[in-house]
Design a protein around this ligand. Structure first.
Ligand code: ZN
Length: 340
């Protein structure tokens, strides 16, 4: 089937699980009540994604407070008690981040509960997201390794352990999220992709990387305004990704200033074309979605194109996210009629 519909990763959390419309929300329960709320929210979103018509679904990251810290909480060697303020993504915004204080080691499984639950409750293809090594390194303070590359490789080994376990749980796609690739382009094309390949080593399931210009939060909207008419950040990292073993690349397209012809540099890869803007609550029409897919078709083979969101939808109102997912699936269906 042409143009399968999927999502970048995160979805809004219901008000009984966590604060709404926030990127770093507080949980609304503790202990077993929280664990149950996470499971319920995961099932809710599986159903809503299926109803919207998505072909590849996910857990909506309902069990993680934040896409990076959800992983870090399962790692030994990190001090969460004494967070420090750090400028992240080349100082685009400040965040309170935990500190790496010793050798890194997984405490156990990170996402076993939600992966097994999701697998048991959907027959659709199942995607699971993990933060990429470079983005993790950019979201923690280092008081142990003293070297970003060394620390990235240490995280990559832990990510690989969890990714292999997710594959064993029956996950069809493991995606690593690397928004930092659009910030540190030179390093991304070098050790960034190397660390990514280490994280994905030995996986037989589909592997993906998501690169974007961030959630629709004000700091990112302001940053985008500073990037000028043409956003060519992808141009520096795509050739390295094209040579890598990663099979799919998810990128931001609609309402961005990314020249769409840059996807030519991803020859041989599946391209997850962002056709849904997550920085605006205006719901796309199926025609807009199909138009964006049509533009991508000029530069990539049709059987390699997926319809996807630009980025995660976590900070969005739930009803807007649902309508956008419906537009995504309807637009992909329209594109199949138009270009099939
Ligand atoms: Zn993103």
């Amino acid at each position: 089937m042409l143009f399968p519909a999927t999502l970048a990763g995160s979805l809004p959390k219901p008000p009984w699980l966590a604060e709404t419309n926030k990127l770093w929300p507080q949980w609304q329960a503790q202990g077993e009540a929280l664990a149950e709320a996470k499971r319920d929210a995961t099932l809710l979103w599986l159903k809503l994604q299926e109803d919207a018509g998505l072909d590849v679904v996910g857990d909506g990251e309902q069990s993680r407070q934040h896409f990076v810290h959800g992983f870090l909480e399962a790692v030994d060697g990190i001090d969460f008690e004494h967070k420090v303020e750090m400028g992240i993504r080349a100082d685009r915004y400040k965040a309170m981040v935990p500190q790496v204080v010793g050798p890194l080691k997984l405490k156990g499984r990170v996402h076993a509960t939600e992966a097994k639950l999701a697998r048991a409750h959907t027959k659709r293809k199942l995607k699971f997201t993990l933060p990429g090594p470079m983005t993790i390194v950019d979201t923690v303070a280092d008081r142990h390794y003293g070297d970003r590359v060394k620390m990235a490789m240490a995280f990559a080994e832990l990510l690989n352990q969890e990714a292999r376990a997710l594959e064993a749980d029956g996950v069809d796609v493991v995606q690593f999220d690397e928004p930092a690739f659009n910030v540190y382009m030179k390093e991304a094309a070098g050790w960034g992709v190397q660390a990514l390949e280490l994280a994905a080593a030995g996986l037989a399931c589909t592997t993906a990387v998501h690169i974007c210009y961030g959630y629709g939060i004000q700091a990112n909207i302001d940053w985008k305004k500073s990037l000028g008419e043409q956003w060519r950040q992808y141009e520096q990292v795509f050739p390295a990704l094209a040579k890598s073993s990663i099979r799919q690349v998810s990128l931001e397209c609609i309402h961005s200033h990314v020249p769409i012809d840059l996807i030519r540099l991803l020859d041989g890869k599946d391209v997850l074309v962002g056709v849904i803007d997550v920085a605006s609550n205006a719901v796309e029409t199926p025609e807009q979605v199909a138009d964006t897919l049509g533009r991508a078709l000029q530069y990539a083979a049709r059987e390699r194109i997926y319809a996807c969101t630009n980025c995660g939808m976590a900070p969005m109102p739930r009803e807007v996210a649902v309508k956008k997912l419906e537009a995504l699936a309807r637009g992909a269906a329209l594109a199949r009629q138009r270009y099939g």
